[in-house]
Design a protein around this ligand. Structure first.
Ligand code: AKB
Length: 318
């Protein structure tokens, strides 16, 4: 029987991963953990939930013991833009928090730990188009450095200590249930709220800031399919490229105009987030993930936009 802990369960991804895991493994077997942020009603009404500060070793231990956890999806992380503004918190959560989870993995002989990495693990010197799985990784943000740390630490615990640690490098995630906060790719969600509520949006990135993105159902599949993959087939561990779609704010606005002809976008550039976006790739080569655990994405820009508009309109109407 699997007993799964999801840290960061109140965030954009956690809010959708917990229900998906509960559907597959049973409500009682998936514990949603958050520190300061409120969990969705969908999560609190359907199964166990608790407050966990991953920077506190005692908290991590008592939660694993209390719920007899054997698998952790470790999503707690301070995202790119906020991490630049609060280095101390980013260090505590992204470095110390991860270290606690990995050490707990050894102490409690956990079956598996899933830790998402990000396109932020790359930098200016990385080839921008179809970025290879193995390439130059010299990020220039504290968030990016923490993601390289998580990839290297995951691979180290796997090879030196036999702990099964797995991770994918996620691009910007687009979804309608819970809005992302403090990231650089957040505009690609906020633009849909702007279009539906007031037919306009002010974008903080330049019109041509081309970035890799993914619709939430594909991100959930990436995390869950990698977790289920046969360990014998995996030659990589915490550092799989996954690719879905790439676009710029101008291209996304054009797709929205097809659905909302009155929609207008204007631009007020945020220098911090622009400089972060400028250091990230355009698209990733995900051949390794396709070969080793059969990854493939279902949504493209057009099908994502249709589904986003349908669901978000319904949500904002109620
Ligand atoms: C961010 O923008 O910080 C995140 C990411 C790409 O990891 N969405």
């Amino acid at each position: 029987m699997k007993r799964i802990l999801v840290t960061g369960a109140a965030g954009q991804i956690g809010s959708e991963l917990v229900p998906a895991l509960r559907l597959e493994f049973g409500n009682e077997n998936v514990v949603a953990a958050s520190h300061n942020h409120p969990l969705t009603d969908e999560i609190t009404n359907s199964g166990p939930h608790t407050r966990v500060d991953v920077t506190n070793w005692g908290d991590v231990n008592s939660t694993i013991q209390k719920y007899e956890i054997d698998t952790i999806y470790h999503l707690s992380s301070i995202l790119s833009a906020l991490a630049e503004q609060n280095r101390e918190r980013a260090y505590e959560v992204n470095f110390t928090g991860l270290y606690h989870i990995l050490e707990a993995g050894i102490k409690y002989k956990l079956e598996r730990i899933i830790v998402p990495s990000s396109i932020a693990a790359f930098g200016h010197e990385t080839p921008r188009d179809k970025t290879p799985n193995e390439t130059i990784q010299k990020p220039t943000t504290i968030y990016g450095i923490s993601k390289v740390f998580s990839e290297l630490m995951g691979n180290y615990y796997e090879s030196k200590h036999g702990l099964d640690v797995r991770g994918v490098r996620l691009p910007g995630i687009i979804s309608w249930k819970v809005e992302p906060t403090a990231g650089t790719t957040d505009y690609a969600v906020a633009i849909f709220y702007g279009a539906i509520k007031e037919n306009k949006y002010t974008c903080f990135l330049t019109p041509d800031s081309y970035l890799p993105m993914m619709y939430m159902p594909d991100a959930i599949s990436a995390l869950m399919d990698l977790a289920k993959a046969d360990r014998e087939r995996l030659n990589h561990h915490s550092d799989y490229n996954v690719n879905s779609m790439s676009f710029s704010p101008k291209e996304l606005a054009d797709v929205i105009v097809k659905r909302f002809p009155e929609f207008k976008i204007n631009y007020e550039i945020d220098p911090l987030r622009q400089s972060i976006a400028d250091s990230w790739p355009n698209s990733l080569d995900d051949t390794v993930a396709r070969l080793e655990w059969d990854w493939y994405p279902r949504y493209n820009l057009e099908t994502m936009a249709d589904d986003m508009i349908d669901n978000l309109s319904r949500k904002l109407d109620t």
